[in-house]
Design a binder for this molecule. Structure first.
Ligand SMILES: [Zn+2]
Length: 225
């Protein structure tokens, strides 16, 4: 049946719009190969560390690929967020997770926590894109994913047109944890779709710190310099 349907609605690569070969989902092998990967997990001083230096202590900063305006990651994230295609997040999470696993990240974290959406936004979109990225990572790294402890309690406006300072002020009091004992002594991997200023991630990390975790790390699909 799937083959029959694809005769009429062929699946195209999100990057180059070529016809996807059998076994490929969302991106063709060439576009996968051409993704501007950061390889942050292999570098002693990972890129993007300066966004967190002096703000919060992080064990690992894992960014899958560089985000450029009109670049491939921007296209992919746009489809993931607004194109009703949560499977993209899982596909990238699984790929990234396998790469991390092969580089010794098999026993580095205890739990994955996605940056939550406000319930109102979740209802509009139908899914949380960061959760689907986290699901893919959790499968490849054989980790549990926690969806009910870190919660978003305040709905904030889109951050895109705000200055850096007002973005930081804008996320104060936005996130909470429902159970402060839940992550005690655990190695938490917080996941989101995109790292820009880092203000949303820092707001989540500060709240997670109240749970006395053993360590905090982050993973995102894209990172903007
Ligand atoms: Zn392609």
């Amino acid at each position: 049946m799937a083959d029959f349907v694809s005769l009429f609605y062929p699946k195209l690569c999100l990057g180059c719009e070529c016809l996807l070969p059998k076994g490929s989902d969302y991106l063709c092998p060439k576009c996968h190969y051409n993704l501007p990967k950061t390889n942050s997990h292999k570098l002693e001083v990972p890129p993007f560390r300066e966004k967190f230096d002096g703000v919060i202590e992080l064990r690992h900063i894992l960014v899958y690929a560089d985000f450029f305006k009109r670049g491939l990651i921007q296209k992919v994230l746009h489809h993931l967020k607004y194109g009703n295609q949560p499977g993209i997040g899982e596909m990238i999470g699984r790929r990234y997770g396998r790469e991390l696993f092969e580089c010794g990240f098999s026993d580095v974290f205890d739990v994955i926590v996605p940056v939550p959406l406000h319930p109102k936004r979740l209802k509009e979109r139908g899914y949380n894109q960061s959760e689907h990225f986290g699901l893919g990572l959790s499968q490849a790294l054989n980790l549990s994913i926690n969806l009910d402890t870190l919660i978003k309690v305040k709905h904030v406006d889109s951050q895109t047109r705000r200055s850096k300072l007002s973005r930081i002020k804008n996320v104060e009091g936005v996130f909470e944890v429902s159970d402060k004992g839940r992550f005690r002594n655990q190695r938490i991997l917080l996941v989101d779709d995109l790292l820009t200023t880092g203000s949303t991630l820092v707001a989540c990390l500060e709240v997670l710190q109240q749970c006395e975790p053993r360590s905090l790390s982050i993973a995102t699909i894209g990172g903007a310099k």
